[in-house]
Design a protein around this ligand. Structure first.
Ligand code: NDP
Length: 252
């Protein structure tokens, strides 16, 4: 596939992300605290996470390995942050969740598989087949270093915030508590905020179309989810901190 055609496909995919975000501002995605039983068959929460996130790791990795990009150490370095994130998200995160007995709609799993497969295909194809233009100097450019720092801050806060939420159920069952500390001082959903930061940083550090599209999709998925969570917290806890924003400290 030519790079021009590839980029056209990505632009279409970015438009789909924008439309999806508009939809998600009106329809709450029914998983986690927003789970609904009227969205068709249900699957165990842990199994759902594992199945829906697996393509996000496997598809890009396999496609990458079939391309000539995989024979260059530089491209491995540029691809690595994505792989590190998804090794955690697929092979560690689902097994740490404390959601015993909880379920999510199979439809959500299928939609996430579609999202992860298309994004994964674009990224894997790019790194495998269209990445010949990168040179080793890129690794010392201010843009790469800036993006890498943002990515590292993002992944650090993402794992920390996910951990803090998981630890809230250390002593109790499936209920919800008000999270305190860390970035929760400023926003209801630091895990979502930091995931957006992560992929924005990645898009800056590698500066290509599939990484940009992935950042846009993450924003499109997670801003509406964080707004839904924030609204949910305020309606379920009378003593919910008033000054806390939903997803962007001091802004939204
Ligand atoms: P949530 O914050 O909804 O939940 C994370 C885990 O913590 C769940 O097990 C949840 O339980 C539990 N939890 C959350 N809040 C509380 C609380 N107040 N008290 C007790 N337990 C709590 O995160 P998401 O499920 O939306 O996302 C999980 C991760 O996946 C995040 O890091 C997110 O950024 C990432 N993600 C990335 C996407 C992308 O497009 N790149 C898309 C979706 C998620 P329960 O499930 O029972 O609510």
């Amino acid at each position: 596939m030519s790079e021009a055609f590839f980029n056209q496909l990505i632009w279409i995919w970015i438009i789909v992300a924008v439309l999806t975000m508009i939809l998600l501002l009106f329809v709450t995605a029914p998983y986690g605290r927003h789970t609904k039983t009227n969205w068709g068959p249900m699957i165990s929460n842990r199994m759902g996470w594992l199945i829906m996130e697996l393509p996000a790791l496997l598809i890009p990795f396999i496609i990458f390995l079939t391309g000539e990009g995989s024979s260059r150490r530089l491209i491995w370095i540029l691809f690595l942050p994505f792989l590190i994130h998804y090794i955690n998200r697929v092979l560690i995160f689902p097994f740490r969740l404390r959601t015993k007995g909880k379920k999510m709609p199979v439809l959500i799993v299928l939609m996430a598989i579609l999202f992860n497969s298309v994004n994964g295909y674009f990224l894997g194809y790019y790194w495998g087949y269209l990445s010949s233009g990168y040179t080793i100097e890129w690794l010392t450019s201010p843009q790469f270093v800036t993006g890498l720092i943002i990515f590292c801050v993002g992944i650090g806060f993402n794992i920390r915030s996910d951990n803090m939420l998981i630890w809230l159920r250390k002593t109790s069952s499936n209920g919800y508590k008000i999270p305190y500390g860390g970035l929760f001082r400023y926003i209801s959903c630091p895990n979502h905020f930091s995931e957006i930061l992560e992929w924005t940083g990645y898009a800056i550090m590698v500066w290509n179309m599939p990484a940009l599209s992935f950042a846009v999709w993450t924003f499109a998925n997670l801003v509406p989810r964080a707004l839904d969570h924030h609204k949910w917290y305020k309606s379920h806890f009378e003593d919910y901190p008033k000054e806390r924003k939903a997803v962007f400290p001091g802004i939204l």
